[in-house]
Ligand binder design. Structure first.
Ligand code: F6P
Length: 432
């Protein structure tokens, strides 16, 4: 049987019995568990070596984890720079955070070459190669140049921007050419796929064939929509045994009968945390009956902390928190509990089950798995309700959430009010 070769920027090597991984890591691990294979990428270690050494190998069951270390300059240019200071804000339509720098593009090319150089010696003739996300767009081209003619797939976890936005990138044509070097290119939603096809047709003169393929320079590239999901049974299992988690019990006790609203995100400007805080403030302003009766707990996991935009968002959130708590707190109640730390996944799922209302209001998101996780963690007999951004990929599937525009604090505040007042029968219907 063919082995599956996963290539992603980040490799997460699980500890025995550890369920703390989230998002991409969970999806990748379950695919690898089934087929066996290799997960290749960086492990976040910084080396002094000018060029990465051959990958470090860790074996776990039928999975081989192969990791390379980057030096500081390459890490800064490739990860903090081109991937997260250029592609990330551009693909999320957030040009205020976009800082194009040609030297960072050079580092991105260089590191993709390191990835190809490290991976090629590990490949076997029947391997299925599956590359993940915006960090590794040039990889198929580098592997082809290294003599690999196996089919190579690519999945983009983040949104693909409309062509008019993509053209802000001086090397947008190159990015499209690189993506067309894969045999199959997958997206989270139909609108991402449409944007990609439109860009390839407009920029590279490709034609769209009937069988979900693009014809580019005489080569066929298959394209498709493959929305990432969550493991419903596993989440339901973690969440339903909340009494196992001391944290969840302490949370219930501390609420003293008040309703809990929860948000959990990476501390990333695309997640719309300041906008969410302003919406919550609007709720307390417009609907004073909730003062003292609800608690909003926002869990923000620190992320990409070396990048200026991420430091700015932290400062903005801190300032807003000071304002809201100062204005609305009483001697025996605070409106917001703000926790800047990552929680183990099982504990988070139990917290989700405790919360009457989940907030997933990104300004733009490829999918937003938190939205799916929140729903999967609910008690079917008495489910909570989700307030979800229309601009998240998951809104295309979770159409029975309360869908809001995250830029409009009045709309979000009204959505929260509607969720908090929703009768059980309607919550059950929507949950189903
Ligand atoms: O959602 C996009 C993504 O890159 C995921 O692939 C990843 O799990 C997440 O963001 C976290 O990013 P980072 O690896 O930069 O912490």
């Amino acid at each position: 049987m063919s082995r599956l070769i996963i290539v992603a920027n980040r490799v997460v090597i699980p500890k025995e019995g550890d369920h703390s991984a989230g998002g991409l890591a969970v999806g990748v691990l379950s695919a690898l568990d089934e087929l066996g294979g290799v997960w290749f990428g960086c492990n976040g270690q910084i080396t002094e070596d000018p060029k990465p050494r051959p990958p470090k190998i860790t074996e776990r069951g039928n999975i081989t984890f192969a990791t390379i270390d980057l030096n500081q300059e390459d890490h800064d240019g490739y990860y903090n720079g081109f991937s997260n200071n250029i592609l990330w804000p551009l693909f999320h339509y957030m040009l205020g955070y976009y800082n194009y720098d040609r030297s960072q593009y050079e580092a991105y090319e260089r590191v993709n070459q390191w990835f190809a150089d490290g991976l090629i010696p590990l490949l076997e003739p029947d391997d299925i190669i599956w590359v993940h996300d915006y960090h590794l767009i040039p990889l198929a081209d580098k592997l082809r140049q290294g003599g690999i003619d196996r089919p190579i797939g690519f999945f983009l976890h983040v949104p693909f921007p409309a062509y008019g936005m993509l053209r802000v990138l001086p090397i947008s044509r190159k990015i499209l050419e690189y993506l067309c070097r894969f045999d199959l290119v997958g997206f989270q939603t139909q609108s991402d796929l449409d944007a990609f096809c439109d860009a390839v047709v407009s920029s590279l003169g490709a034609s769209m064939e009937e069988d979900h393929t693009l014809l580019v320079d005489g080569r066929k590239v298959r394209v498709g929509v493959f929305p990432i999901g969550v493991d419903l049974d596993q989440i339901a299992e973690s969440a339903s045994s909340i009494e196992r988690y001391e944290y969840a019990n302490r949370l219930i006790t501390s609420l003293a009968g008040r309703n809990l609203i929860i948000g959990a995100d990476r501390l990333d400007y695309s997640k719309g945390i300041p906008e969410r805080l302003r919406s919550y403030e609007r709720l307390l302003e417009k609907f004073p009956q909730y003062r003292g009766r609800i608690v909003y707990m926002q869990i923000s996991a620190p992320s990409r902390t070396d990048i200026r935009g991420y430091q700015d968002i932290k400062n903005e959130v801190d300032a807003l928190l000071g304002g809201i708590t100062g204005q609305y707190s009483k001697f025996d109640w605070v409106p917001i509990r703000y926790i800047e730390q990552a929680f183990e996944r099982d504990i988070l799922m139990a917290f989700f089950r405790v919360a009457k209302l989940g907030m997933a209001t990104p300004l733009r998101d490829g999918m937003n798995l938190v939205a799916k996780e929140y729903m999967a963690a609910q008690n079917p007999e008495d489910p909570g309700i989700l307030v979800l951004s229309k601009l998240a990929g998951s809104a295309k599937e979770l159409t029975d959430a309360i869908l809001v525009n995250p830029y409009d604090p009045d709309e979000v505040a009204t959505g929260i009010e509607r969720g908090l007042e929703m009768p059980l029968a309607e919550r059950r219907d929507r949950y189903q």
